[in-house]
Design a protein around this ligand. Structure first.
Ligand code: NDP
Ligand code: OXD
Length: 303
């Protein structure tokens, strides 16, 4: 049995080396598959459309942290998302950067610089701002710790409201209480049925006037029309987005030239090839030994 890798050329070079060191078989690319029944794991962003020939399939491994892009899988195939320290640290860094940019009015100053305009606004201390993080999972907790160290008041929101040391965490039912008083709203949620479109009119309306949005979750969390309305109404001051709906953001889209908005092209993180391969090896060993699968996605929750 072997793992089938369907991914980038770089991973296609690195994974076979890491697998060879571990003595595990790997097949790169669907055209190299001699016997589909001998494939027990597929690592990919998107799996083959028709999985029926892969009769020995045990797991599909998303090469990213998210799994929302994957189609429904057969019930007896486990789904694992890549757990890699590099992904988590990269997203944490992007969120810290974007939160500081939002806090220090960088969308305004970058727009002014394009006009050669020297015009100072009021400078605020980080300690005077509350950052609210939607999604207190692996990445949300890391971001919360770093932002707290910078002096921000940090609070979090998660499905369970599970406590996190030193941070007030609100549960799903406490969304309104969480949003009241949040100056910078950070989205680090997985995209599920329950979180689709969450960044919309109702949530924006619960934030104080002048709040800012930092978004590194998924494009479909965000109602882009509601964002533009909130910016135009002056309710939201700015938005820094790593993800949009659709992606890529089309040429000519109003957000590209909006002086209140900064867009990056879904680059908060990219999975390091070696770390991705190590995650896949951990999954293979766990399945073989009947141990808990790293990054196992709970199908009913969708993350
Ligand atoms: P985790 O699964 O570790 O954490 C998810 C968090 O979201 C948990 O705190 C969970 O609550 C919470 N949550 C899920 N559903 C709900 C809900 N309905 N209501 C309230 N809270 C909810 O995920 P990660 O931290 O590893 O990653 C988060 C997301 O970041 C990924 O799914 C992906 O979309 C995005 N991402 C973006 C990248 C980029 O480049 N822009 C790169 C990598 C990830 P609970 O704690 O109770 O389970
Ligand atoms: C991921 C991503 O999910 O890059 O890893 O968005």
């Amino acid at each position: 049995m072997a793992l089938l890798l369907l991914s980038t050329a770089e991973r296609g070079e690195v994974w076979p080396r890491v697998f060879a060191e571990a003595g595990e078989p790997i097949v790169v690319g669907e055209t190299s598959v001699m016997d589909p029944a001998a494939i027990d794991h597929i690592a990919c962003w998107v799996p083959p459309h028709d999985l029926s020939a892969y009769t020995g399939l045990r797991t599909v491994i998303s090469v990213g942290a998210g799994v929302d892009h994957l189609p429904p899988l057969p019930a007896d195939v486990a789904l694992s998302r890549t757990i890699a320290p590099g992904i988590e640290a990269m997203v944490r860094d992007w969120v810290v950067m974007a939160t500081l940019m939002a806090h220090r009015d960088m969308p305004t100053y970058l727009a002014q610089a394009r006009e050669h305009l020297w015009k100072a606004g009021r400078v605020m201390d980080a300690r005077a701002r509350t950052v609210g993080i939607l999604g207190m999972g692996r990445i949300g907790r890391l971001a919360a710790a770093s932002l707290g160290n910078l002096g921000f008041r940090v609070r979090g929101w998660s499905l369970s409201g599970r406590p996190v040391d030193g941070i007030d965490v609100f549960s799903a039912a406490e969304l309104d209480a969480f949003l009241g008083g949040v100056d910078i709203l950070v989205c680090l949620l997985p995209l599920t049925k329950a979180t689709h479109g969450i960044l919309g009119k109702a949530v924006f309306a619960k934030l104080p006037r002048g709040a800012r949005l930092v978004h590194a979750g998924r494009g479909a969390h965000l109602d882009m029309a509601a964002l533009l309305n909130a910016l135009d109404a002056g309710w939201l001051a700015s938005a820094i987005l790593d993800v949009t709906d659709p992606e890529p953001l089309p040429k000519g889209h109003p957000l590209w030239n909006d002086p209140r908005v900064i867009v990056t092209p879904h680059v908060a993180a990219q999975t390091d090839a070696r770390e991705g391969a190590l995650h896949a090896l951990a999954v293979i060993r766990a399945v073989r030994e009947g141990l808990p699968i790293p990054g196992l996605v709970a199908r009913e929750r969708g993350y």
